[in-house]
Design a protein around this ligand. Structure first.
Ligand SMILES: [Zn+2]
Length: 456
């Protein structure tokens, strides 16, 4: 039988395995002995390693951080998937952990991200085993357990002697292929100030829920006299509400949310709020901070006014999202997420960014950095995977760069490849996550060909 026919013959078993896996609610839980990311996550890992063992693979549970099964001999080709999922959240019409299926779909949290691809990869490797052709490389599926909450699993694995692959891919992104991922910086900045006893006085400011989400709501509460209040009323519109209750004036801003990697698709409520607050005659040390944030960021999403408006040909412009703001009578703190182009470095932007804030009296409280990833589009890895994709789909589109970060950043010589096809709806992290059986099967076939050709 041909490789593709072996997969076709096992498809019903593959669907059932995915349904079983989806019934394990492997959301990150409390760390315990033998289960560093919670017992449900460990159960999902044990389940998959059990399946792999049944199929006849040698398996390893590496300190319950990463599990793997492998086939063949020689240098290593890795396929990297993860078994942890984000919480179900609201809005489901199905049981998110019921493993339900009908003729067309399989439903459940993780169906696309990333349990479906994990199961497809296992059946793909099993088909290669049954196909029984001579290979010159070894193929290993790495089952991760902590992708959604920090990828500490891979960090642990590789810092404790886990073998690095010579080539690899992770079906936890998108087709055709992701060869570049922007560098990600999360900076928290704080300014302290003293407001005198005179009015107007800022009592409270708050907006945003996370650094990587464009804030949809923000508000400020101010103590002020009548004339300032009258002035503020003049700014009220469909996005700004101004009200007064027992001497406290409340200004609310309504924007539009979007993912932090594409802030230009949203409208930042904090930016809207700042455009009003900068007109209020606060104490100068506070007023200058508000003016700075409004004029150097405001509704801008490319960092130009801050002096970091860089871009490159593969991945386009740097993006910037003012994700959170919070403050009271004495201090203001803001969380900003910026993503620099794939051929740039942290040193190209962070010093300029930090200096602009420091000149305006802010201190850097913390900076988290994930470097950019860029794999040569002419490399064997990229060309081989793209060839496989093109043969299966007839789609000639080129590889892409993204602003998000995938597992590929955690594993050397790896790119993101699949599982979603151009035009597929966004289902990951949303209610009623599901995958078409056809789509899962197609993924298994593509993954099998990809593994086979990289190892051949
Ligand atoms: Zn994922």
């Amino acid at each position: 039988m041909r490789l593709q026919e072996i997969i076709e013959a096992d498809k019903e078993k593959m669907y059932e395995t995915l349904q079983e896996l989806l019934r394990i609610p492997s959301v990150e839980g409390e760390s315990e002995e033998g289960a560093p990311h919670g017992k449900e996550v460990q159960e999902a890992l044990s389940f998959m390693l059990g399946k792999a063992k049944e199929m006849g693979f040698s398996v390893c549970d590496f300190d319950h951080q990463v599990g793997y099964c492998e086939y063949g001999e020689g240098e290593l080709v890795a396929v990297v998937v993860h078994l942890d999922v984000v919480p179900a959240g609201e809005g489901w019409t199905r049981d998110p952990f019921g493993g339900e299926a009908d003729d067309t779909y399989i439903y459940g949290r993780g169906a696309v991200d990333d349990k479906g691809p994990a199961v497809a990869a296992l059946y793909a490797l099993n088909a290669i085993r049954k196909y029984n052709q001579k290979l010159k490389r070894r193929i290993r599926i790495l089952f991760g357990t902590n992708e959604e909450t920090g990828s500490h699993d891979m960090a642990y694995f590789f810092s404790h002697g886990g073998e690095e692959p010579v080539m690899g891919f992770t079906p936890d992104g998108t087709y055709p292929l992701v060869y570049g991922e922007k560098g990600i910086v999360i900076s928290t900045m704080r300014k302290n100030y003293v407001q005198g006893d005179s009015f107007p006085k800022l009592k409270k400011i708050q907006g945003g829920t996370a650094f990587n989400v464009v804030p949809a709501k923000a508000f400020a509460e101010i103590e002020c006299g009548n004339s300032v209040y009258e002035n503020l009323l003049g700014y009220a519109n469909s996005e700004i509400r101004v009200s007064r209750d027992s001497g406290i004036v409340r200004i609310e801003a309504l924007g539009e949310s979007a993912h932090g990697s594409t802030p230009e698709k949203g409208r930042n409520a904090v930016g809207l709020l700042l455009s009003v607050l900068k007109e209020v005659p606060f104490d100068p040390s506070l007023a200058s901070a508000l003016t700075f944030l409004s004029e150097k960021i405001g509704l801008e999403t490319d960092g130009k006014a801050l002096g970091i408006g860089m871009s490159d040909e593969p991945s386009g412009a740097l993006t910037l999202n003012l994700g959170t703001i919070s403050g009271d009578e004495t201090q203001l703190e803001t969380g900003i997420n910026y993503r620099y182009p794939v051929t740039c470095r942290l040193e190209d932007c962070a010093p300029v960014f930090n200096a602009a804030f420091e000149e305006n009296g802010f201190n850097l409280v913390s900076q988290i950095h994930e470097p950019a990833l860029y794999v040569d589009p002419q490399s064997t890895l990229v060309k081989t995977l793209l060839d496989v994709y093109r043969e299966h789909t007839g789609d000639d589109s080129g590889p892409i760069c993204i602003g998000g970060g995938t597992y590929a950043k955690s594993v050397k010589n790896t790119v993101a490849f699949g599982p979603t096809f151009p035009g597929d709806p966004d289902r990951e992290h949303k209610p009623d996550e599901c995958i078409e059986k056809e789509n899962l099967l197609r993924n298994a076939k593509i993954l099998a060909d990809a593994m086979y050709r990289l190892a051949r």
